[in-house]
Design a binder for this molecule. Structure first.
Ligand code: ADP
Length: 309
C-alpha cells in the first residue's frame, strides 16, 4: 500500500444556488445553500485514501466553526489529520454563487491555508521518511511549497506536483519535481504552448522535461490524459465516455488515485486507466470531496466498462 503525504489546502465551499446573480446593492434570496468540504489538497488526499493508500494530510485550519467540520470530513474517509495546524482566524473558504444557467461567481478566502509555514513543516519532518510520495498543489504559501520540494528531494521521496491554480513558478525548482500533473491551461501558463491536441501536448511535456521535470502527466479533460517520461515514451489514455454532471475535482480525483495506485512503482497505462475511471465517476456526480469514488466503485466501473467493449 502506498504511503502518501499531502501538503496542501483545505476549504469549506459555501455554495448558494440563486435564480440570478444580485446586482450591486441588491439583496436576493438563496434557493439552497450547501456546505461542501474541499480544497485541492484535501480533495487529492481524500481521493488517494479512498483508492486504498495510507494518507497523512499536513495543512492548516482556522479557529472558526468550519475547522472541526473540515477535519471530520477528511478523517471520516480515513485521512490521518494529526498534523493539521490550528491558526487564528478563518479556515480556507470559497463563497460560491451559482445561478440558474450554471454560471459561478467565486470569492476565495485563503485563510489558514496561507498561514502554513516552513516551521510547521519542520515540526512534521519525521513523516517524510516513511512516505513514498509527497503531493503538493499551488494553494498554500510558495515558500512552504518550495521547502517541502527541496526537503523531499533531499530525502529521496518522490514529489508529485500539481501547479493549480496556474501561476508562473521559478524554473530552478523543476528538477525537484518527479511527476508534474497538470491540465491544458496550466501547461500553457508554464510553457507558453497552447495545448489543444496531442502534438501540442507532447511538445509542452517535452519542454517541461527539458527544464528538469522527471515525468509529465497532462490531463486533457474529456480527451483523456497523456504521460511522457525521460525515455520519450508517450502513453495516451482516453477518457471514459460518461455524462458529465459536474467536473469539479476531476483533476484532484485523477491525481490522488494515480498516486495511490502507482505508489513507489512506475506510472503505467494501467495506473493511468484506473485514475481515469475514478475521475470519470466523479464527473457524473455533483460536488467535491464527498463525491469522490472509492476503490470498489472504481473496480466495478472498470469491470462494467470492459464488459461493454
Ligand atoms: P482539471 O479538473 O484539473 O481541469 P481535467 O479537466 O483535465 O482536469 O480532468 C482530469 C481527468 O478527469 C481527465 O484526464 C479525464 O480522465 C477525466 N475527465 C475530465 N472531464 C471528463 C469528462 N467530461 N468525461 C470523462 N472523463 C473526464
Amino acid at each position: 500500500m502506498a504511503n502518501i503525504l499531502v501538503i496542501g489546502s483545505i476549504n469549506m465551499d459555501v455554495v448558494n444556488h440563486v435564480l440570478k446573480h444580485p446586482l450591486p446593492g441588491e439583496t436576493i434570496k438563496s434557493l439552497k445553500t450547501d456546505y461542501n468540504p474541499g480544497g485541492k489538497g484535501a480533495n487529492q488526499a481524500a481521493a488517494a485514501a479512498l483508492a486504498g493508500a495510507q494518507v497523512i494530510f499536513i495543512g492548516a485550519v482556522g479557529n472558526d466553526p468550519f475547522a472541526s467540520q473540515l477535519l471530520s470530513a477528511i478523517r471520516g474517509i480515513g485521512v490521518q489529520s494529526d498534523f493539521v495546524f490550528n491558526k487564528d482566524g478563518n479556515s480556507g473558504l470559497a463563497s460560491i454563487t451559482v445561478d440558474a444557467s450554471g454560471e459561478n461567481h467565486i470569492i476565495l478566502t485563503e485563510g489558514a491555508n496561507g498561514l502554513l509555514t516552513v516551521n510547521d513543516i519542520k515540526d512534521s519532518l519525521e513523516l517524510f521518511d516513511s512516505a513514498d510520495i509527497v503531493m503538493l498543489q499551488n494553494e498554500i504559501n510558495w515558500e512552504t511549497t518550495r521547502y517541502v520540494m527541496e526537503e523531499s528531494h533531499r530525502r529521496g521521496v518522490s514529489v508529485y506536483f500539481n501547479p493549480a491554480p496556474a501561476v508562473q513558478i521559478p524554473m530552478d525548482i523543476f528538477h525537484f519535481i518527479d511527476v508534474l500533473i497538470l491540465n491544458e491551461s496550466e501547461a500553457e501558463t508554464l510553457t507558453g504552448i497552447a495545448v489543444s491536441n496531442n502534438i501540442q501536448a507532447i511538445q509542452a511535456s517535452a519542454k517541461l522535461r527539458d527544464e528538469g521535470v522527471g515525468k509529465v502527466v497532462l490531463t486533457l479533460g474529456n480527451k483523456g490524459s497523456l504521460f511522457t517520461d525521460s525515455n520519450d515514451t508517450v502513453t495516451h489514455v482516453p477518457a471514459f465516455d460518461v455524462r458529465a454532471a459536474d467536473t469539479t475535482a476531476a483533476g484532484d480525483t485523477f491525481i490522488g488515485v494515480l498516486a495511490a495506485t502507482t505508489g513507489s512503482k512506475d506510472i503505467s497505462e494501467e495506473t493511468l486507466r484506473f485514475a481515469s475511471a475514478a475521475a470519470a465517476i466523479k464527473v457524473t456526480r455533483k460536488g467535491a470531496l464527498a463525491s469522490i469514488p472509492n476503490k470498489l466503485e472504481i473496480e466495478e466501473f472498470l469491470r462494467a466498462a470492459s464488459s461493454h467493449k
